[in-house]
Write a protein that binds this ligand. Structure first.
Ligand SMILES: [Zn+2]
Length: 349
């Protein structure tokens, strides 16, 4: 690739190509396409700057509430249905059946994706618009996930591939609009667990240092993708985004979800809510969140949370994964990470 920025063993690669076409008015038009390879994930992405000018449909204003925003009586996550319509854990594992922390209730996923699959509700609010979530209930929900993972770890130490994820609204994959997190643990690694765990381990073997710490150190110095901090978490736009307005929060040197302090969890939620307010400012109402860990002795994978904007949940909005992403395997976004960071920074002040 044309432009290579070395930071020790990490390589930040990018190359810009130009496509030349004759416009409808007969004049030459030049369009830049930037290709980047992420030094951590090894994955390639494209930034098609021209498409930014083509105003995306459905983003002039934040879409209104979804049609079922007032259907509390039909929602299995609203009370009192919650206690009748959701499953419980075996009593020898969780005597009270469901895990309760503050306003959050956590129960098994009726449609599991792996051996241990839970749903953690924030509270009894059926619809919460992006950027307006309550810090306390978010914190209760994520700490409930931590407790679930801690129980799994005691019960089945081989289920070491853990994750906390969120789909906000159906455009991001959410099946119910009632806000909740998913919590996962499995003996079988997800693709990202497998790759990142291997990459962090081989990086440590070769250098004696941690992968995400070194990545963060580079981004802190480079500065143009760095967004800010919330406690020990540091936030930045991903160098080679695989989703729109992709932000990463890194907690350097922490290798297990069990090793976060109370203030780390609190500060994680602060950063997540800052990100949501940033997305709301862009008139986006759907996003995904993911925090993965390998809960195994000797894992070298540090804590990193990822948030990406998804297509708006509104009538006739196009999906953000086109034939190009699905068939070519390269995500194409329209905004440079440096511009994303610039737009996000005010939400960390
Ligand atoms: Zn509900």
């Amino acid at each position: 690739m044309a432009q290579k920025d070395h930071s020790g063993p990490l390589l930040f690669e990018m190359e810009t190509a130009t496509a030349r076409v004759i416009g409808p008015d007969g004049n030459l038009i030049e369009r830049s396409i930037q290709v980047r390879i992420h030094p951590v994930t090894g994955r390639k992405c494209r930034i098609t700057f021209a498409r930014k000018k083509e105003k995306e449909a459905g983003t002039d204003a934040l879409p209104g509430p979804p049609p079922d925003a007032d259907q509390q009586q039909r929602c299995p996550f609203c009370r009192p249905q919650l206690f009748r319509q959701t499953p419980t854990f075996p009593t020898q594992w969780v005597p009270e059946g469901r895990l309760v922390r503050g306003r959050s209730v956590l129960f098994p996923n009726l449609f599991p994706y792996g051996r241990y699959s839970g749903v953690s509700l924030f509270d009894d609010n059926h619809f919460v618009e992006i950027g307006t979530a309550d810090h306390g209930s978010y914190l209760d929900s994520i700490l409930n996930c931590r407790r679930f993972l801690s129980l799994v770890r005691t019960r089945d130490p081989d289920a070491q591939f853990a994750g906390i994820t969120q789909n906000h609204l159906p455009s991001s994959g959410g099946s119910l609009i009632h806000p909740h997190l998913q919590v996962h643990a499995d003996r079988i690694a997800g693709n990202h667990h497998r790759w990142l765990g291997h990459r962090a381990a081989t990086y440590f073997e070769a250098t004696g240092r941690y992968l995400f710490s070194d990545y963060l150190a580079h981004e802190r110095t480079a500065g143009d993708r760095y967004v800010g901090r919330s406690g020990r978490w540091e936030w930045m736009a991903a160098f080679a985004p695989e989703g729109f307005f992709e932000l990463w929060g890194i907690l350097p040197g922490v290798l297990s979800l069990m090793d976060l302090s109370d203030s780390d969890w609190h500060d994680l939620v602060t950063g997540i809510l800052n990100t949501q307010r940033f997305y709301r400012h862009l008139n986006r109402n759907g996003y995904n969140l993911g925090l993965l860990s390998v809960e195994a002795p000797g894992s070298r994978l540090e804590m990193r949370v990822v948030l990406i904007v998804r297509s708006n949940y509104d009538a006739w909005v196009r999906n953000d994964h086109t034939g190009y992403e699905v068939m070519m395997g390269d995500m194409a976004t329209f905004t440079s990470p440096e511009e994303t960071a610039e737009m996000a920074r005010p939400f960390w002040r």
